[in-house]
Ligand binder design. Structure first.
Ligand code: ZN
Ligand code: ZN
Length: 288
């Protein structure tokens, strides 16, 4: 089994024992023989500061340390690739790591942690919609701003937002050869749901139609559709992507070795989902 999305102790979100030797040992126990150990890399954050909600701007010394430790660790029994988890920034497909730094690693796992700038709607909402993540805004002001954002989302419309997000992914795939996996999109609509876009009222068939250009591009470029966990709202999206040639990979988005909120132990849940939906597994082509 493969897992191209394993976190490393140098990021605050990962446990202190997520070191190369420990990760390798744990993967062997779980039957995982190829992984990517990722560093979070955010060149800039929506608020233009060092920290935002639960994300942190990359720090030069942490980045250098990661690269050095990767270079000096020789795994004995499994394959380990280097990489970052970074964000899609806008509909043009900019991603949140400069090209010069992309060239130092094997892959980028591309995530949408917060809404991208869409042509139909700029990301001007500086709170995370789930106010549990930003307790200082869990008050009247926060709720009011969130409602204002919801109105903007409603007037942009779910159809345009899905198309805009798909365009962003497509452009990033076409522009950056280090983009190898699309991370925790689930059915492709998770980031939009998080940002209060009512994609579900469009219905599953319409969503599939709007996502098909992205599916075709991912299939053409061999970019894997990463799945995490076992909950997917529109399972037929995945089935259609599979029909169009998309390959899938499972991850635990591991931040811990054994237990806690994101342990490597959960890898198998995702493998089970892939089996149940009869999806094709893919491997990252590291030569592209
Ligand atoms: Zn993530
Ligand atoms: Zn992650």
């Amino acid at each position: 089994m493969k897992d191209y999305h394993v976190h490393y102790y140098l990021d605050a979100c990962a446990a202190k024992d997520m070191t190369f030797p420990n990760i390798e040992k744990r993967c062997l126990e779980l039957g995982i023989d190829e992984i990517s150990v990722l560093k979070h890399y955010s060149h800039s954050l929506p608020n233009g500061k060092e920290d935002w909600v639960c994300w942190h701007r990359i720090k030069e010394n942490g980045w250098r340390k990661y690269l050095e430790e990767y270079a000096s660790y020789i795994p004995e029994r499994i394959k380990i690739h280097s990489g970052v988890e970074t964000e899609l920034v806008n509909e043009k497909g900019d991603i949140n790591i400069p090209l010069s730094e992309q060239n130092k690693i094997d892959m980028c796992a591309l995530s949408v942690h917060y809404m991208i700038d869409l042509d139909c709607l700029k990301m001007d909402f500086l709170l995370y919609p789930n106010l549990d993540f930003c307790p200082e805004f869990k008050n009247e002001v926060g709720y009011r701003q969130r409602e204002e954002w919801r109105e903007k989302v409603n007037s942009a419309g779910a159809e345009k937002m899905i198309t805009g997000l798909a365009n962003g992914y497509i452009n990033a795939i076409q522009r950056f050869s280090k983009v190898k996996t699309l991370s925790h999109m689930y059915d492709g609509l998770t980031p939009l749901r998080t940002y209060l876009c009512d994609v579900d009222s469009l219905g599953e068939s319409k969503c599939i139609e709007l996502l098909e250009p992205l599916m075709k591009t991912a299939a053409e470029y061999g970019v894997l559709w990463e799945l995490y966990g076992d909950r997917v709202v529109f399972e037929r999206v995945l089935v259609r992507a599979n029909e169009l040639g998309v390959k899938f990979c499972a991850t635990a988005d591991g931040h811990m070795l054994y237990e806690g909120w994101g342990p490597l132990t959960h890898h198998n849940r995702t493998e089970d989902l892939i089996d149940r939906l009869k999806l094709n597994r893919g491997e990252v082509g590291f030569s592209r």
